[in-house]
Design a protein around this ligand. Sequence first.
Ligand code: DGU
Ligand code: CA
Ligand code: CA
Ligand code: CA
Length: 195
Amino acid sequence: PSNTGSVHQTTTKNAGTFFDGGMKRYYGIGDGGQGEGQDPMFVVANGGTIQNLFIDAPAGDGIHCEGSCVIRNVWWNDVGEDAATFRSSSSSATYLVDGGGAKSGSDKVFQHNGAGTVTIRNFQVHGSGKLYRACGNCSTSYQRHVVMDGVTARSTKVLAGINTNWGDTARFSRITVYGSTVICEKYQGVPKGSE
Ligand code: DGU
Ligand code: CA
Ligand code: CA
Ligand code: CA
């Protein structure tokens, strides 16, 4: 899809519980690199939805979901430090990424630092490192789950990285990969401060 205009956004936008981007292209936070601690482009509240937009470079730390959320029809043209971070402390949190796609995530696309289940459905990823990573060194060693359904990957190294010692799980259906993509990489998580 193509955008309907550009928004140069230099401070984090509070998307609250509903934000529709009108298929505009938003960019302007951070330096486009892999430095940790950049500001997010958007913060979505618990129970919130963000939909219908493009995110372009520099894209900072992408979208933060503070709790359960829906990210629908969002297209990252050039992922920043990562594309979105899922941050709830509730084990019943659900985060849904439905439609859309991500390009050029030199490292990670979706970063799961909180608890709960991330579902990535009907999504495309191109030229990226990992589509999903359950945090391997966050100070709270939550159990994290990911469900991928209807994902197409091109030139992408790994779909999911999970920490089997913390009981993480990953489920896959309707997956198409072009190139040598590893479907699931299993790690041992080590909480920060205990390495
Ligand atoms: O050093 O703790 O990369 O949220 C690594 C960090 C890391 C997180 C993650 C993120 O796991 O900062 O972007
Ligand atoms: Ca990171
Ligand atoms: Ca990040
Ligand atoms: Ca990164």
